[in-house]
Design a protein around this ligand. Structure first.
Ligand SMILES: NC(=O)C1=CN([C@@H]2O[C@H](COP(=O)(O)OP(=O)(O)OC[C@H]3O[C@@H](n4cnc5c(N)ncnc54)[C@H](OP(=O)(O)O)[C@@H]3O)[C@@H](O)[C@H]2O)C=CC1
Ligand SMILES: O=C(O)[C@@H]1CCC=N1
Length: 272
């Protein structure tokens, strides 16, 4: 497969992560272009990644094989409607915007190959995970190109149903925030137990990192890893029983249901 030329519309945080990942994988700067309304942001991204960052979205997409829509969902309709006349048949559109469906994008851009993705912020460290959905117009080569793009910042997983992007948003799109909430709560609780704040924080963060690395590397599931920490009638059992008495698992399910519902609601509100 020849190296595709990629244009990013919007050069904010997620676009910068993707551009950084592509550059680290050896994609030539000449094959990446971006556009952004902010002069400072354009200079910053151009300097960091050695790519051309222009003001005009229409200029950015000239000659591109892949157009990545990386603006906020709230401006996506305006951005797409203005961009539509500049797009060529066969250009693949990859959208990373939360709550914007393929149907809305096709209504604003015209029927074309579209891949809708939900990445997450650990993409900044190339430790992200994304769910991807391709509409019927996307070719096998374009599927591969979209997968390579998202794989530059972590793991890319295909979904057969677009509706499941809402569930991906609930699990991994918003997911980093759930772990940060647990980190905040554990640090605060450690402090209340008498630890200096810094110590409580370091104990919490290194434990989160170690547990995640163990779970990823392990050939047994999280439930078994948990059992291995939990001595009969010991300290872990005392804590886990307390979590469960408070309805921990049901609360997690309710929280993810709320995020899944909100993702679907946003798609309705921001849609065509
Ligand atoms: N943050 C997250 O956890 C996740 C975010 N996403 C999605 O990624 C997308 C980008 O998010 P993020 O990178 O955090 O947002 P940012 O605000 O950092 O980036 C968006 C960029 O687009 C620029 N922009 C605004 N209007 C236009 C326009 N008309 N044409 C071109 N560029 C424009 C903005 O400039 P200015 O600031 O000057 O307005 C900004 O630099 C969103 O759609 C979001 O839903 C997906 C998964 C997770
Ligand atoms: O909170 C949000 O709506 C976005 C989508 C996933 C992460 N942030």
């Amino acid at each position: 497969m020849s190296t595709p030329r990629i244009a990013f519309i919007g050069a904010g945080n997620m676009a910068a992560s993707l551009i950084g990942g592509l550059r680290a994988q050896g994609v030539a700067a000449a094959n990446i272009r971006a556009s952004d309304p902010g002069a400072e942001q354009r200079e910053k991204i151009a300097a960091e990644h050695g790519i051309s960052v222009v003001q005009s979205n229409a200029d950015a997409v000239q000659g591109a094989d892949i157009v990545v829509l990386a603006t906020k969902p709230q401006v996506m309709k305006t951005v797409c409607e203005a961009l539509a006349p500049s797009l060529k048949d066969g250009q693949l559109v990859v959208s990373i915007a939360a709550g914007i469906t393929c149907a809305s994008l096709a209504a604003w851009l015209g029927a074309r190959p579209i891949v809708r993705c939900m990445p997450n912020t650990p993409a900044l460290l190339r430790q992200g995970v994304s769910g991807l959905y391709a509409n019927a117009e996307v070719s096998a080569t374009q599927r591969e190109q979209a997968e390579q793009l998202l794989s530059a910042v972590g793991i890319a997983l295909w979904l057969e149903e677009e509706k499941l992007i809402d569930a991906v948003t609930a699990v991994s799109g918003s997911g980093p925030a759930y772990f940060f909430l647990l980190m905040e709560a554990m640090t605060a609780a450690g402090e209340k137990l008498g630890l200096p704040r810094d110590t409580a924080e370091q104990l919490t963060l290194q434990t989160a990192l170690g547990a995640a690395r163990m779970a990823v590397a392990s050939d047994v599931d999280a439930a078994e890893l948990r059992r291995r920490v939990t001595s009969p009638n010991g300290t872990t059992e005392a804590a886990i029983k307390t979590f469960q008495a408070g309805g921990f698992e049901a609360l997690v399910q309710q929280a993810l249901n709320a995020a899944d519902r909100r993702s679907a609601e946003l798609a309705e509100q921001l849609g065509q």
